[in-house]
Design a protein around this ligand. Sequence first.
Ligand SMILES: Nc1ncnc2c1ncn2[C@@H]1O[C@H](COP(=O)(O)OP(=O)(O)OP(=O)(O)O)[C@@H](O)[C@H]1O
Ligand SMILES: [Mg+2]
Length: 284
Amino acid sequence: MPLDDRSTDRPVIPTTSQRTGGGSGTVGDIHAREPVITVRDCNVHYGDTHALKQVSLDIGRNEVVSLIGPSGCGKSTFIRCLNRMNDTIESARVTGDFRLDGQDIYAKDMDVVLLRARVGMVFQKPNPFPKSIFENVAYGPRIHGLAGSRRQLDDIVYESLERAGLLAEVKDRLDEPGTGLSGGQQQRLCIARAIAVSPDVILMDEPCSALDPIATARIEDLIDELREKYAIAIVTHSMQQAARVSQRTAYFHLGNLVEVGPTEKIFTNPGHKLTEDYVTGRFG
Ligand SMILES: Nc1ncnc2c1ncn2[C@@H]1O[C@H](COP(=O)(O)OP(=O)(O)OP(=O)(O)O)[C@@H](O)[C@H]1O
Ligand SMILES: [Mg+2]
């Protein structure tokens, strides 16, 4: 699909295809300063549905990238490619080049369980295991052999809960079920579970959409803190949230990555008409 650069009154931004030789026509710069994930020419089909078309994008260390766009444009599909969650969908066919620190994510010898620890995921609906708060966080480090002793395991659990901003609220009831926490607490528990295995990347698919404004603000603060250590991609329908938490924003439309750039630019001076229509609320 030809994605024109609209403006006569704005400088023409070289497209990704001009920069990378890819065929996507994305406006803006797909590159991160310190890439952890690099995706080139990603295509995903579900049966006859072409859900992602020639998408190329980096996600870098110490940055939050927001993925925005109308429902069905392929945001979740894109992040699911990054830790091979689409492997579990029978009709999904994924092509392209996907790297984690240079390593081929789709290599035959890739250990997918380990990959999903290195590229952790937080979902829209908090999904703690039906186990204690402690066990929710301890499970990953235990199966990946990250703790040599019970003492070390305790340390990992406490530190992860602390970094997820939850320890103070749960330290006296670690044996109680994770499912008994409030929605916002459950989501922070899921974040603690993701960071307990020392990931490189955290993917979040609308992590606040089931939360009230106070719980949302806590998660947003947390995302900002986590950026110091991880590469983060967050799917959100809230443009205010994208503006608050991310340094770069990627706008998807009908399976195309239309535009990517500094968040402020995307919201105040986008380079593509489709982006402008969406961020000014004219879309749809
Ligand atoms: N498991 C699946 N099987 C078949 N088609 C799917 C599947 N998951 C997604 N699709 C299709 O792929 C396209 C992209 O869907 P995706 O869920 O990635 O969009 P999205 O941008 O995350 O939307 P939303 O904002 O509603 O979550 C849509 O046309 C959708 O119907
Ligand atoms: Mg989605």
